[in-house]
Design a protein around this ligand. Structure first.
Ligand SMILES: CC(C)(COP(=O)(O)OP(=O)(O)OC[C@H]1O[C@@H](n2cnc3c(N)ncnc32)[C@H](O)[C@@H]1OP(=O)(O)O)[C@@H](O)C(=O)NCCC(=O)NCCS
Ligand SMILES: CC(=O)OP(=O)(O)O
Length: 327
């Protein structure tokens, strides 16, 4: 069965409430209308209804059966402010909260924190920082996870060609502990898509072929990750070819249970991760779906600004799947 057909079957008719803070972007609005008409999620659009209707009319779309909440007129705004000030104790005053919560990403994230929605999809027009900062401050990470990270599901032409790339989005230069957590969380993300994870911690070195502080970090992270999740197949440090190509693995890392078979690729820092996924997407022809944020208490997903309507649609399906997995 096609990957997304399986995910759709799991979420259909479950009325999972997904917040869209950027509904005046036609890619976002088009996806929200489709998700509702396919009965996959219950979209909550944040913003001014008249402006959203204007955008909808450019494509002949109707938003009559979608929920729209305008922070400017939200009846429980004072309650939201009090909840935010309590959550950000000592870090935001009531006056600051009143201004901050007019921002759609903060407002939408608070709806989730207050239990009024299940997940959020944003980032088609906002940078990653502006999209996820509210989640880092309000939703926060799950127990045992110190850093959230951003994974991509990379899908090739054949249905069997699916891989997880991470962290391509959040942690600029994770230390060994953070990198180990990213590896373990990425294995959990892989399972959402039916991938039996074989996790490679990538480097420019394979099993000691080069020596440097960067390589030492990946070796240490591998050891920590193996201790954190001894039940998982995790190995490093491995170059990409040793991770992916069986004949190269046989030469460079013959004793590894991951080398030559890896399907979860953990990059050592964000530069290689972000560049790597975009090369696979733009030169390699892979669909890149994400970033899927890992390790948060509730699912928040950050789109790339280069996304199209189909990307918004698919990432929303994943976000709803994450929400149901946690229920
Ligand atoms: C994600 C990012 C925006 C966070 O940086 P920031 O806004 O400066 O965050 P701060 O350091 O001020 O921290 C804000 C809060 O988030 C928390 N936080 C920051 N990074 C975190 C992470 N990776 N995981 C969990 N919490 C995190 C901090 O602990 C802090 O919490 P507090 O306010 O309750 O104390 C920053 O790491 C970043 O810019 N990353 C790269 C994003 C990017 O451009 N990616 C490429 C395109 S996808
Ligand atoms: C994930 C990513 O690279 O996002 P953007 O293209 O919006 O910077």
């Amino acid at each position: 069965m096609e990957l997304f057909e399986g995910l759709k079957q799991n979420i259909v008719s479950k009325n999972t409430k997904i917040v869209f803070p950027e509904p005046t972007d036609i890619r976002v609005l088009g996806a929200a209308v489709r998700l509702k008409s396919d009965n996959l999620v219950e979209p909550i659009l944040i913003g001014d209804e008249e402006k959203i209707r204007e955008v909808a009319s450019t494509r002949g779309l109707s938003i009559d059966n979608l929920t729209v909440i305008n922070p400017e007129t939200y009846a429980d705004f004072d309650k939201m402010i009090a909840s935010f000030v309590e959550r950000r104790k000592g870090k935001a005053t009531e006056d600051q909260a009143r201004t901050i919560l007019k921002d759609g990403n903060y407002f939408g994230t608070m709806l989730i924190y207050m239990g009024l929605a299940d997940g959020l999809v944003s980032g088609a027009i906002h940078s990653t920082g502006d999209t996820i900062r509210p989640a880092l401050q309000i939703i926060k990470t799950k127990p045992g996870v110190s850093r959230t990270s951003g994974a991509f599901l990379m899908v090739g032409n054949r249905d069997s060609e699916k891989y997880i790339f991470s962290d391509c989005a959040i942690n600029i230069n994770p230390d060994a502990q953070a990198l180990a957590e990213i590896a373990v969380e990425s294995a959990k993300t892989a399972k959402i898509f039916g991938i039996e994870p074989k996790v490679s911690l990538l480097s420019f070195s394979t099993k000691g072929s080069a020596k440097s502080d960067e390589v030492a970090k990946v070796i240490e992270a591998t050891q920590i990750a193996q201790k954190l999740a001894p039940e998982l197949a995790i190995d490093g440090e491995l170059q990409f070819d040793a991770s992916y190509v069986p004949s190269v693995a046989a030469q460079k890392a013959p004793d590894s249970e991951v080398a030559g078979r890896a399907n979860v690729f953990v990059f050592p820092e964000i530069q290689s991760g972000n560049i790597g996924y975009k090369i696979a997407q733009r030169l390699g022809g892979f669909q890149a779906i994400g970033p899927i944020l890992q390790g948060l208490n509730k699912p928040i997903s950050d789109l790339s600004r280069g996304c199209d309507e189909e990307d918004v649609y698919k990432l929303s399906i994943i976000t709803a799947s994450q929400a149901l997995q946690e229920k």
